[in-house]
Design a protein around this ligand. Structure first.
Ligand SMILES: [Ca+2]
Length: 279
């Protein structure tokens, strides 16, 4: 591949793909070359299905990786033709344009608007980037405190780690997972939940999204009964919240009925909230 023959991509889109060295993704934990979309770099779930070659003749790897993990390297070629590796953190730090749609709202806060399932525009992702000042890392324990009524499998940090997982509570009525914003409050207008990763059952069917400012008195922001929107593993479901002017620092998903498997386990892979954030 000759650098001089490469075209310059001045307006990359989130569907563009890059080669990535998946450091543990091969057989027996060996590195393997994969492709990842720019969305995937930002830990989003949607990625293109094309596997052709571009005009430079560079064949894009066909093995798809959906989320860039901290140990992965991107492969770059500088102007001298030297090949080098770039960490995800270094790549994020080097990007001058934020992929989020954050903007200053007229309330003096930050507007974090839902665009698509698993996007990088939500509050938890924003907190994971320390309010867009750093590369993303799990916000649990670093701006956000995630809790659960009880944990039967997995751990609460998995609910905002942008990686597929199998978290669930015991099969107890009114189980919940909660999210405390350590600094500031959110006027929630949209939320997303994701089914767990590896099982094809126990999908949530009945739940409420609630807000609170004292972790004791909860206000219903959305109520779902027999919602069958989740029907496959690692699937996002995003729902609007009825407009309200109220800001909350605590949010929770309260399980209000049995799952698709008729048990009370609350099984989730991820949660994200959107709206107007008042720091
Ligand atoms: Ca997760």
């Amino acid at each position: 591949m000759e650098i001089s023959k490469l075209k310059t991509l001045t307006t990359p889109s989130l569907n563009d793909v890059l080669p990535i060295l998946d450091i543990n993704g091969g057989v027996s934990g060996k590195p393997i070359l994969r492709k990842i979309s720019l969305q995937g770099i930002f830990s989003l779930i949607e990625f293109p299905s094309d596997n052709g070659s571009n005009s430079s003749g560079f064949v894009v790897p066909t093995i798809i990786k959906t989320i860039a993990e901290s140990g992965d390297y991107f492969i770059g070629i500088d102007s001298t033709g030297t090949t080098y590796k770039i960490t995800k953190a270094n790549l994020l730090a080097g990007l001058s344009n934020d992929t989020g749609s954050s903007s200053t709202g007229n309330t003096g806060g930050v507007t974090l608007s839902f665009v698509s399932n698993g996007d990088a525009n939500g509050l938890f992702y924003y907190l994971g980037r320390q309010k867009n000042t750093t590369a993303w890392s799990n916000p649990h324990g670093n701006g956000l405190t995630v809790s659960a009524s009880a944990v039967d499998n997995g751990s609460v940090d998995q609910l905002c780690n942008r990686i597929g997982n199998d978290f669930w509570t015991p099969s107890v009525p009114n189980s919940w997972v909660s999210f405390y914003i350590l600094s500031g409050k959110l006027n929630c207008r949209h939320y997303s939940i994701k089914s767990r990763e590896t099982h094809t059952d126990y999908y949530p069917r009945n739940w409420k999204l609630q807000g609170s400012n004292d972790n004791s008195n909860w206000v219903d922001l959305d109520t779902q009964s027999n919602n069958a929107g989740l029907s496959s593993p690692a699937q996002w479901l995003s729902l609007p919240v009825t407009a309200t002017n109220d800001y909350y620092s605590y949010f929770r998903i309260l399980n209000t009925g049995v799952s698709s498997s008729n048990y009370y386990h609350l099984c989730l892979g991820e949660v994200e909230l959107y709206g107007s954030y008042a720091p």
